[in-house]
Design a protein. Structure first.
Length: 382
């Protein structure tokens, strides 16, 4: 049974998404209309409405329902300024109801309820002002039909009754207009709350992924970024490189010039390094005075050059370092990773290389092992 229902639903409503919602609403309106046509037939059978007047109205409604469903199901509505077709559907239905008021005999007053149902549909799909405009239009349609009836029938009793119906319609439609204003306020509040929530989420995301002092990516977010970059290796086959920076003699900056000065140095280093890397690279504050640079699709040599570029730039700025008379410098370790499962080992290798740089005199960039380092260094100096 379910095997039958799913393709049938798909054929009737189309794939999921806004178009399916529109198709199902058009079908729902068609069902309501069929119920209305049935009641109209009962009126005809009971002799309250003439058959000659009931049939064209039934056809009018049916053509409208099928037409709107066809427009939506075929996707033609997507080329229109209002793909939901709420306004034209409402107008069409209101004309049908006004027509029903014109041709129904004694039960015509009940058609006002139908007009109300149509306006209620509009409450959800239209802005409040449009909803009010529709209510006014419904009222005017009824008034026009009543005027036409008074003109053609010339029966004062019927006209008096019609005017009473019109007054009731006025009350009902005013009520709908008031509800539309209230709904509009609720919708506005919901929109504001959704915007605030979005903002709060973005702020939370920022707090969760950024280092408060430097504004750089924090350690937790960096781990995620590295995992993503490592996954990418498997797709395009190019390695990723890591550079771990540790500012030299940083403790002495704190000790001699104070913690706030140390903070400013950390911030400044972040800015300088950030200015020297490519858009796809990620610089993170890894710990106290340690920074980790992730370079996707980059080999060891290129990463080493990048670290040296940052070092040259930093030294050129001649920021005051921890040692008296010496500029701020860093020691850095470079490593790379060619497989996802090598990522932890690559972080450790960068750490070991950084300690090697410290141990061999600071203010330098090291690789833990591997050939080519001497040549790299010579190239960099040249
Ligand atoms: N101002 C400031 N200092 C920090 C922060 N985080 C860590 N530190 C300090 O950074 C210093 C790191 O000192 P050490 O690990 O001894 O290293 P160092 O003095 O840079 O010496 P070497 O690394 O051997 O060159 C410590 O004094 C920490 O208190 C921070 O957010 N702000």
């Amino acid at each position: 049974m379910t095997a039958l229902i799913a393709p049938l639903t798909h054929a009737l409503l189309g794939p999921t998404g806004p178009q399916r919602v529109r198709s199902s609403q058009a079908l729902l309106v068609m069902c309501l209309y069929l119920a209305f046509a049935l009641v109209l037939q009962v009126e005809v059978r009971l002799g309250l409405t003439s058959e000659g007047q009931g049939l064209p109205l039934t056809l009018f409604g049916l053509v409208g329902c099928l037409g709107f469903y066809g427009l939506i199901r075929s996707g033609v509505n997507l080329r229109m300024s209002e793909p939901s077709l709420t306004r034209p559907q409402m107008l069409y239905s209101m004309i049908a109801v006004a027509w029903a008021f014109a041709v129904s005999g004694a039960p015509r007053g009940a058609t006002i309820v139908l007009m109300q149902v149509i306006l209620m549909f509009g409450l959800f799909g239209l802005p409040p002002r449009e909803g009010r405009r529709m209510a006014a239009m419904g009222f005017l349609m009824l008034a026009a039909v009543i005027a036409w009836r008074a003109w053609t029938l010339g029966d004062p009793d019927e006209t008096r009754l019609d005017l009473i119906y019109l007054l009731y319609a006025g009350i009902v439609f005013t009520g709908v207009a008031i509800i539309s204003v209230r709904l509009g306020h609720i919708r506005e509040r919901l929109r504001d709350q959704a915007a605030e929530l979005k903002l709060a989420l973005a702020r939370n995301q920022e707090l969760a992924t950024r280092d408060v002092l430097t504004g750089l990516t924090n350690r937790r977010a960096m781990l995620e970024q590295m995992a993503i970059a490592a996954c990418e290796i498997e797709r395009h086959g190019q390695p990723l490189a890591l550079v771990l920076f540790d500012l030299d003699h940083f403790k002495q900056i704190n000790d001699s010039r104070g913690h706030a000065a140390g903070d400013r140095v950390l911030q400044r280093f972040g800015e300088v390094a950030q200015g020297e890397i490519r858009a796809g690279d990620v610089l993170a504050r890894w710990g106290g005075e340690e920074f980790l640079l992730l370079l996707p699709r980059t080999g060891l040599e290129e990463a080493w050059r990048c670290a040296e570029r940052i070092r040259t730039r930093l030294v050129a700025l001649r920021m005051e370092g921890g040692q008296p008379g010496q500029p701020l410098t860093f020691s850095a370790g470079v490593s790379s990773c060619r497989r996802m499962d090598q990522l932890d080992a690559a972080i450790e290798a960068a750490d070991r290389a950084m300690y090697l740089a410290k141990a061999t005199g600071r203010n330098r960039t090291e690789l833990v092992a591997g050939p080519g380092l001497a040549e790299l260094r010579q190239d960099a100096v040249a």
